[in-house]
Design a protein around this ligand. Structure first.
Ligand SMILES: Nc1ncnc2c1ncn2[C@@H]1O[C@H](COP(=O)(O)OP(=O)(O)OP(=O)(O)O)[C@@H](O)[C@H]1O
Ligand SMILES: [Mg+2]
Length: 335
């Protein structure tokens, strides 16, 4: 429970693409909340539905089920004036920056769409935005190709915060950058979050970055959330076999070797998304699969360290911890 109202709520959101036999459920009944000043990370391998969740959150793709609430108002079919409250930053800043437009004009565009401002006020606001992302004022006169990858990502962030949004969706926003540039952008994102109380949804393949930045981590596999919880718990005590495999693939920066762990290799590729497995979505690749996994969909089990995971092994261990029912007395003892 959190004392703030969530900035963004997804309630059982599903997204489907295609029709008939070629229908694919990219996102299956995903629920989550993002609070002001907090970061929720979404992790999972390629094709697990992370970007589709982000697009569903920002109203860029129609839902086949569920609802989205932004700042307490329905955002399932967004109204234009709501859009300023939620903005996206992508891996490739070129997708959001027009190469033929000066940086100043790129930053002015969202201001023109969402606010009525005099030219002078707009110029002041653009200078302020550039300063807040660590760029000089004269950057406004230049073109995107004149900047490095890190600087371009700063421009994309400035553009995203131009309308004073409450929620930022960061889809692999630092993934294309070298490690030291990545770190600088992460520090910038952290300080912008503190200053403005921004809610972040941070999508990344890099669990090290997620562990550093995110308050909560959500793990997706084939469109489903298989585990979620406080970041530290998810990374140090992953409960779902899929999360365990993801975490085990991370290089360990621990010279003492205390955190040494076995790398878990998953057999095969994810199953065909047009034909989802019966039972547990992960059953075709799980190293610990049993019969029940192939036949029955597991429910989410609350975990001691916080959060939940959907795995029969966990349900079984919860069952095992329940006190055994009292044995009936034997007749010989009664007599
Ligand atoms: N517009 C679309 N039309 C049809 N299928 C789509 C569309 N967008 C995504 N998909 C499919 O939905 C599934 C989820 O894709 P998505 O891009 O959300 O995954 P992702 O987790 O973001 O992957 P990555 O890590 O590679 O970015 C994939 O099977 C993808 O092929
Ligand atoms: Mg993606």
């Amino acid at each position: 429970m959190s004392e703030t109202n969530p900035a963004l709520v997804l309630d059982s959101v599903s997204v489907e693409f295609g029709k008939g036999k070629r229908r694919l459920r990219a996102v299956s009944e995903v629920s989550l909340e993002v609070h002001p000043g907090k970061t929720v990370a979404i992790v999972g391998e390629s094709g697990s539905g992370k970007s589709t969740v982000a697009r569903a959150m920002s109203g860029l793709v129609p839902l086949s089920g569920g609802s989205v609430t932004l700042l307490g108002e329905d955002f399932t079919t967004p109204r234009r004036k709501q859009r300023r409250h939620i903005q996206m930053v992508f891996q490739d800043p070129f997708s959001s920056l027009d190469p033929s437009s000066t940086v100043g004009n790129s930053l002015a565009e969202p201001l023109q769409v969402h606010e009525r401002m005099s030219r002078q006020d707009r110029a002041t606001r653009i200078a302020g935005l550039l300063a807040s992302v660590g760029l000089p004022v004269d950057a406004a006169e230049r073109y995107p190709h004149e900047f490095s990858g890190g600087q371009r990502q700063r421009i994309a962030i400035a553009r995203a915060i131009a309308t004073n949004p409450e929620v930022l969706l960061l889809d692999e926003a630092v993934s294309a950058l070298d490690v030291s540039t990545q770190n600088q952008i992460l520090v910038l994102l952290n300080s912008l979050q503190e200053q403005h109380g921004l809610a972040y949804v941070f999508i990344s393949h890099n669990l090290g970055v997620v562990r550093w930045l995110a308050d909560e981590t959500v793990v997706m596999y084939m469109g489903h959330i298989v585990e979620r919880g406080p970041t530290e718990r998810v990374h140090s005590e992953p409960a779902h076999p899929y999360t365990q495999a993801l975490v085990s693939a991370m290089p360990v920066a621990d010279p003492t070797g205390r955190e040494k762990r076995q790398r878990i290799l998953l057999a095969g590729e994810p199953p065909n998304q047009f034909d989802e497995p019966h039972g547990c979505i992960f059953s075709t690749r799980c190293p610990m699969v049993t019969d029940i996994c192939r036949n029955v969909v597991p429910t989410s089990v609350p975990l001691a360290g916080g959060g939940t995971a959907a795995c029969h092994l966990l349900t079984e261990s919860v069952e095992a911890r329940r006190p055994a029912p009292r044995q009936p007395l034997l007749t010989s003892e009664i007599s």
